[in-house]
Design a protein around this ligand. Structure first.
Ligand SMILES: [Zn+2]
Length: 442
């Protein structure tokens, strides 16, 4: 006869496998979508499982019984959370006509609804005001905000500030970059109207000391500092030339062909970024580049108050625009995910490797009659447009256009309250009655 203790032990051992079967191993399962993960050379139908905010498995079939929540994504693309590495977000200071003020925008209103989970602020702040930017915007945003520190100590406050060669100090900028290594991922030189190389040279000095890239907006076109010299000798491999298809700085030669300096720069390892913004992409330049197979390394918006409702609009609009210029879906996704992640040395982002943060975009590719506009207001017709269905940030749903992750209301008890579960839901995480309570195997 079994003792009471041994009987209890026997019963609990018998019950273990049953419990294990019932209790889900994953928090969230994205089922049946077309996964595009450029880092892992993957473009195929796959299931993606998430646990504790990280990618836990990517496989042709994952049993939905192992997941707390499953969403079927047949016919949709599943990509790493999109990175927009040219963004302006230092708002809230009250300063007029300033990118450290009214010209900037809060990212959360523009990002998740377009599948973007990470932005890099492109030089709104310098070493004098980075910490104000951090406490005012970065620390309070749900979007991951990384920063190109402006070589100008006062940041992007226009006019006399950005022309002041005495406020481009290497030492304090380097100290700030090293103090906030996790946030400051690059140095920006921008908008300089004068003939000197000082802004570029000092930005490179800071970036070299901090082992991060420089992003250059080459400012006014000056014969004293030609594009050929910037791309041929000044910039280091891994530095980033933004606004690459503006045509404002001799990117297109008088013969209608691309300036050979671009291809030479690429051979040296310089990255070419779109940054379409309010006035930085012209179709005659971009279309010639496509013709010569000079594709951008990264697509980015240069989003701010003057570009948010222009031809730029948002990342998905620009990604659709590049489809209209002839890039494939896989080429476009790579240039909005893995490529920009590599450019800013954030190799944990922009991919769906097991263990990576579960930042994910689920995209619909619509067919129809669409159109896009360049910096001069000329139109380009297209037949495809990306639309964001679902965005996850650190494994949690932060945007759900068509309520894909939601139960049909008529299937719920009459007196239903908050749905969702905090393990996968950051929109209505079920803190009231009706919260799912299924345990998960540790
Ligand atoms: Zn910009």
């Amino acid at each position: 006869m079994l003792s009471r203790t041994r009987l209890a032990l026997f019963l609990s051992i018998c019950a273990l496998p049953a419990l294990a079967q019932q209790a889900p191993q994953y928090d969230f399962l994205l089922q049946g979508g077309h996964v595009i993960d450029a880092k892992n050379n993957l473009s195929a139908i796959r299931d993606v499982a998430i646990r504790d905010g990280k990618i836990a498995a990517v496989a042709p079939k994952i049993d939905p019984a192992r997941a707390l929540k499953t969403v079927n994504l047949n016919g949709l693309y599943v990509t790493p959370g999109i990175l927009d590495i040219h963004f302006h977000s230092y708002t809230g200071t009250g300063e007029k006509n300033s990118y450290a003020g009214d010209l900037s925008i809060l990212p959360d209103g523009f990002t998740f609804r377009t599948g973007v989970t990470t932005v890099a602020d492109a030089g709104c702040s310098g070493w004098r005001n980075f910490e104000d930017f951090k406490q005012r915007v970065i620390d309070r945003s749900k979007t991951r905000i990384l920063v190109f520190l402006n070589i100008v100590g006062n940041g992007m406050r226009q006019g006399k500030f950005e022309s002041d060669l005495t406020d481009m100090e290497v030492k304090p900028a380097t100290e700030m970059a090293l103090k906030y290594k996790d946030l400051i991922i690059g140095v920006k030189s921008a908008h300089y109207p004068g003939p000197e190389w000082t802004p570029v040279e000092n930005a490179i000095a800071v970036a070299t000391a901090a082992n991060i890239p420089v992003m250059v907006d080459f400012g006014s076109n000056r014969p004293e500092r030609p594009l050929e010299q910037l791309l041929g000798t000044k910039l280091r491999p891994g530095d980033i030339y933004t606004h690459c298809f503006s045509g404002l700085r001799n990117e297109l030669g008088t013969n209608g062909k691309l300036n050979p300096a671009l291809e030479q720069g690429r051979k040296r390892g310089i990255y070419f970024d779109v940054g379409q913004g309010g006035g930085s992409l012209a179709y005659p330049v971009a279309m010639e580049a496509m013709k010569e197979k000079f594709l951008p390394d990264s697509i980015s918006t240069d989003l701010h108050t003057a570009s948010m409702n222009s031809g730029t609009k948002d990342m998905l609009n620009l990604m659709s625009e590049f489809l209209a210029m002839g890039l494939t879906v896989d080429e476009v996704i790579a240039r909005a995910t893995w490529n920009p992640a590599r450019e800013i040395h954030q190799e944990s982002l922009g991919n769906l490797s097991v263990g990576a943060p579960a930042d994910i975009a689920v995209l619909n590719l619509r067919d129809g009659k669409f159109g896009f506009a360049d910096m001069y207001g000329a139109r380009l017709s297209g037949t495809k447009r990306f639309e964001c269905e679902l965005t996850l940030r650190n494994g949690k749903v932060v945007y759900d256009l068509n309520a894909l992750a939601r139960p049909a209301w008529e299937t719920l008890p009459k007196e239903y309250r908050r749905q969702g579960d905090p393990r996968w839901d950051a929109i209505s995480p079920g803190r009231g009655p009706g919260r799912a309570t299924t345990p998960r195997v540790p």
